[in-house]
Structures are given as C-alpha cells and as structure tokens.
Design a protein around this ligand. Structure first.
Ligand code: ATR
Length: 280
C-alpha cells in the first residue's frame, strides 16, 4: 500500500502542502499520497489517532493545532521541545509518533538561499508570538552578533529574551523605541514575525534601522509584496516574503519522513509562478 501523509488545519483550503509534497514526490521518485483534511477545533486528537491507527506515516499540522500536536506526540525532537509546538508528526518503525518542528529550518534554508548568513550578523525579530518562539533557538545556535526581539507589548519580548538567554546573545526592546533601544548600528536581517501582514496592517518602523545590504524577511507570503516588504524596498533594502520558508519547512518534513532531501528551489519557482498567474 502507498505510504499516506496528511496535512490538518482549520481552515485548510488555503494549504499549499499537498501541491508541494506531490512536486517533491515526483522529483525524488518517492511513492506516496498526501492529502489535506479540515479538522474541527476540538477534534485534533481523534483525527490524529484515527490517521495513525489506520497506518498513516506522517502528518503536517497547521493553525491552530501545533500545540495539540505537541501534546499528542509520544516523543519530541529537541527543536519541537524548545519551540513548544509541532508542525510535523512521523510514525516510527516501532509505532511511536515523533513530533518535530521544521519551521525554523525552512526559514534558515530560505535566508541562506538568498545569500544571507546569520552568523556574526545583527538580527532584528519583530513580534513575540508563537511564530517567533519557534525560530529563536535555531537562529541563536548560528551565532548572530546580536539578536534583538522587538514587540508592541514589550513584556512578551522581555520574557522570550529571558527564556532564550542561554542559547546566545539576545535582548528585547519595545517596538516603539526601536531606534533608541536597538543601538546605533543598522540590522543586517529583519524578520517580521508579527501577524500584521496577515491582517493587512503595517508596522511603524524607523528608517535608520536598515542599510542597503539589509534583508527584510516577512514570514508570511502573498502574491503582492506586504506593507513590511514595501517599506523595506522604499528604504533601498532587499525584501522577501515567506514562500521559501513554507517550501523549506515542507522539504525538511519530507526529509524526516523519507530520508531524501528534495531540491526546494525549483518548487519555490513553480509556486511563485502559479501565485503570480492567480492559479492558486
Ligand atoms: P502567532 O502565534 O502567529 O505569532 P500571536 O501569538 O497572536 O500569533 O502573535 C502575534 C504577534 O503580532 C504579537 O507579537 C503581536 O504583538 P503583541 O504581543 O503586542 O500583541 C504582533 N502584532 C499583531 N498586530 C500588531 C500590530 N498592529 N502592531 C504591532 N504588532 C502587532
């Protein structure tokens, strides 16, 4: 029987994961099926139990079930443990369900694909919610010169900076005091992990935090540049949306499940052209 994989979420219709994984399967010659399923808000555990008891090999988990998946896993990878959230479940040979979080690997792979390094660089992370929590430890492990977390509610950024202080050079600053709080040097990399782009809102950011070589990376993706990306471009810096992160996290899930690393660059190009042509 073909190995079965599934992505669950609520909503789920927007998910590009089935398309991405079928492109990976085609590219690597792996025989598998990958479907999507809408799960009721209180139905994650029942849906996951059913899927794995019927022989399912792996599951991706999107909003709002990443914490349910964290609780569901029999064992957790170190990254998932630290993130407190799971986006990938894998059935092991002995029937245990292992929880992983591949979001940060996807983000880092995409930043590197764009020719940027994190090591010895000044990094600014905007936001202090779940999306940010999962990327802090893997980024700190790469040894940035400094990582500053700026958030509208400073207290949340302070808590994260305190919690992750053991992994590297990290500190917090209130979003509205970025220029005073962040020091006089510009940032090499600015990552938007707030939900403003999803809400179609913009952030008030001071011009002085960028130089022309800075990359501003929005963790969400869209056919049109987000307000954050437009701001970066207007400052003469580079801007990226999170489409490559989406494909990169899927590639890491695929590697965990199948032991083969797909080439994600071509898949990003296919999705980008579908998006621009309004096909998806
Ligand atoms: P997620 O789990 O997707 O990260 P979240 O936990 O709701 O979602 O976090 C959303 C993040 O976006 C928070 O950092 C939030 O700032 P607050 O902690 O102050 O709420 C940030 N955010 C949302 N709307 C914002 C806005 N209009 N301006 C600035 N930050 C905003």
């Amino acid at each position: 029987m073909t190995d079965r994989y599934l992505v669950v979420g609520n909503p789920i219709a927007q998910s590009r994961s089935p398309q991405i994984h079928s492109l990976f399967a085609e590219q690597t010659g792996e025989a598998l099926s990958y479907e999507s399923k809408l799960v009721e808000l209180d139905g994650f555990e029942a849906a996951a139990k059913k899927f794995f008891s019927e022989g399912g090999r792996g599951m991706n988990i999107t909003m709002p079930f990443k914490e349910d998946a964290y609780r569901f896993a029999d064992r957790l990878s170190a990254g998932a443990q630290i993130a407190g959230a799971v986006n990938t479940l894998a059935a092991s040979e002995d029937g245990e369900i292992i929880g992983h979080n591949t979001d940060a690997a996807g983000l880092i792979a995409d930043i590197e694909r764009q020719g940027k390094v994190i090591t010895h660089q000044r990094v600014l992370v905007l936001g202090a919610g779940g999306a940010v929590r999962g990327i802090l430890e893997p980024m700190l492990k790469l040894g940035p010169k400094e990582l500053v977390i700026a958030n509208r509610t400073h207290e949340k950024a302070q808590q994260l900076a305190k919690g992750f202080a053991g992994y590297g050079s990290i500190r917090s600053c209130p979003l509205d005091a970025l220029l005073d709080g962040a020091g006089s040097e510009a940032f090499d990399l600015v990552i938007n992990g707030t939900s403003t782009s999803l809400a179609g809102a913009s952030l008030e950011l001071p011009a002085g935090i960028l130089v022309p070589s800075s990359l501003c990376y929005d963790m969400v993706y869209a056919a049109q540049p987000t307000a954050f990306m437009q701001w970066a471009l207007s400052q003469g810096a580079s801007a990226s949306d999170g489409l490559g992160m989406l494909v990169g996290q899927a590639a890491e899930s695929f590697r965990i499940w199948r032991g083969v690393s797909p080439d994600f660059v071509n898949v990003i190009a296919t999705l980008r052209s579908d998006m621009l042509n309004g096909q998806t």
